[in-house]
Each structure stands twice: as C-alpha cells, then as structure tokens.
Design a protein around this ligand. Structure first.
Ligand code: BGN
Length: 294
C-alpha cells in the first residue's frame, strides 16, 4: 500500500507539472492594478474599437463584452490592460463596448446593459453577450469568457466576499447570455435607478423563462473586485418596507413583480437617445441619454 501510494504521489506531481508548464492557459493569472495612465496594451492585429479575433481559427462564439459606465476612467484602464491579453489567450472573437450614461441622474446599470446589447449588434453578428462591471477582473486564465447552454453567473467567487457566494440567487457583477437566452428574458428591466436589485430581477427572469443559471467551480472563478467607495449618483434604490433597497414604481416594489413585468419591461420597451460613439484603440464607447426615472 505504501509503495502504491508513493507511486500515485509521484504521478500526481508529474501531472501537476504538465498542467502548469505545457499549457499556459492553466497558469494562475496575475492581475496588474498599477497601470500607468499612458500604458495601452499593444497588439498590432487588433482593430480599432477594441475588437480582436484569433488568427488561426474561426471562433464559435462572437462575444460582445458590455460594460456600464460613468466616471470610472481609472478602473477602465486597469480592466482593459488586464482583459485584452486574457481574452486573446482564450482565442476569443470579441469586442468591448463601454456604455456611458450622460448627465447626473441616478445610475441605471441595467438599462445601459440593454443599450449595449442593441448597439453592439449594430456592428457585428454577436451571439454571446458578457455583461460586466468595470471593476471586476477574473484571476484565473481557465475562467473561460464564453456563453453556455444556460445563462452563466461569473462573479460568484469575489475576493471581497472571501471567494464565497453571498447568497444562492446572486446574479450580479458579470453574467453571460447567448443572444437567444437574452431575448428569451426580454433583457434587463429598464426601471432600476440607483444601486441594487436589477441583477436579482434578472435572476427571476431567467427562472421564469424556464432556464437555470450556471456557475463554474470556485477555484477557476476566483475574481478580483477593485476596491472603491460607492459613486455619487449611485445611491441605494428607494427604500421600501421589507427590503433595504428595492426600487419601487408608484409605490409598488419592482422586484416582487419581476415575473409579471418581464415581457413588457425590457428590450422591447427600451427607449434612449444615442449621443455619439467613440472608437478608442482598446474599446468602443457609446454615450447615451437614458432619460429619467418614471
Ligand atoms: C444585494 C443587491 C444586489 C447586489 C448584491 C451584492 C438588492 C435588492 C434587495 C434585496 N440586491 O443586496 O443587487 O448585487 O446585494 O452586492 O439590493
């Protein structure tokens, strides 16, 4: 038994070695947080607007990464600096869309993400959408930024929560939907202004549409959330009884009626004014006027 277990140990060591040397995709990922302001990731093949596709193959998925945005230039720099090499090592065919909310009204993350979906489709035949906050960066190169057979939650093992899932139905930070999956839930609700709840609403839509959510294991999914204070203009949603911060409309808590509202509030009721699109080297920024809370 002793000799046998010694053999197993030697074999394990051997496999560990192969894993970490032969396939660079298995190596743990070092996130750089100190990015000089003028440092831009250089890849001559990359096209303007933050698009890239693999050189020697045709990727199955065409991925639009959509980031809701306002006043977070320093985070965006870090995100881009780390994520372009990350996505390119994963042989992704992708484009980066930063959707910026014009003005000082409360932030509406979910509506910006719906807009990103529509604006990205005007440019390319995307079939996978990864909706990501600007301050969340995966720590393991094996965390494939791809869509799956069900909507995928990709920010469940955050360093700031000790890499643990906060609650079973958490669906915030980063989620991945195929085009079909996103259409099936009619996108996000447009009615959540200020911080919180819009991701819980999306979770309810997914379940109501008869889908499940998927999560990869906690090790592969380890993720860094860049620490920061809450932004001005992103205060909690109006408070109502029972919950700490749940958006209400005419006194009615939105989250409770998520399932009933989903087919009338979302992509099919989306209304905004396009201001301009700016093609930067590492991303496409779309500035929009999203109106005001009803
Ligand atoms: C929850 C928020 C989510 C947020 C997570 C993690 C709400 C609705 C009231 C229950 N939900 O409390 O939006 O992603 O915390 O921070 O605010």
């Amino acid at each position: 038994i002793f000799l046998f277990s010694m053999k197993i140990m030697v074999l394990e060591k051997y496999f560990e070695k192969i894993n970490f040397t032969a396939f660079s995709i298995h190596s743990p990922y070092n996130i750089q947080l100190n990015v000089p302001l003028d440092n831009e990731f250089k890849n001559e093949r990359m096209s303007f607007g933050g698009h890239n596709k693999p050189e020697n193959c045709i990727a199955l998925q065409k991925i639009a990464i959509v980031i809701p945005f306002r006043n977070r230039e320093s985070h965006l720099k870090i995100w881009l600096h780390n994520m372009h090499p990350f996505l390119q090592k994963q042989q992704a065919d992708y484009g980066i869309y930063v959707i910026e909310q014009h003005g000082n009204l409360p932030f509406n993350r979910a509506k910006l993400l719906n807009i990103g979906y529509k604006e990205a489709l005007k440019e390319y035949d995307y079939n996978c959408f990864i909706f990501s906050d600007v301050d969340i960066i995966p720590m393991d190169q094996r965390n494939l930024y791809r869509c799956s057979t069900n909507p995928k939650h990709m920010a469940h093992a955050l360093d700031k929560f000790n890499f643990r899932l906060l609650y079973a139905t958490l669906f915030g930070g980063v989620v991945a939907f195929t085009k079909e999956q996103f259409l099936k839930v009619n996108g996000f609700s447009n009615l959540f202004w200020g911080w919180g709840g819009e991701d819980d609403d999306l979770y309810k839509r997914v379940i109501t549409a008869g889908m499940q959510i998927e999560r990869m294991n906690n090790i592969i999914s380890k993720t860094k959330a860049i620490p920061h204070k809450r932004d001005p203009g992103n205060e909690d949603n109006p408070k109502s009884t029972g919950f700490q911060h749940v958006a209400t409309r005419n006194g009615e808590p939105l989250l409770e009626k998520a399932a009933r509202r989903m087919y009338t509030d979302g992509l099919n009721s989306l209304n905004y004014t396009f201001i301009r699109v700016m093609k930067h080297r590492l991303y496409t920024k779309v500035l929009v006027d999203i109106g005001k809370p009803e």
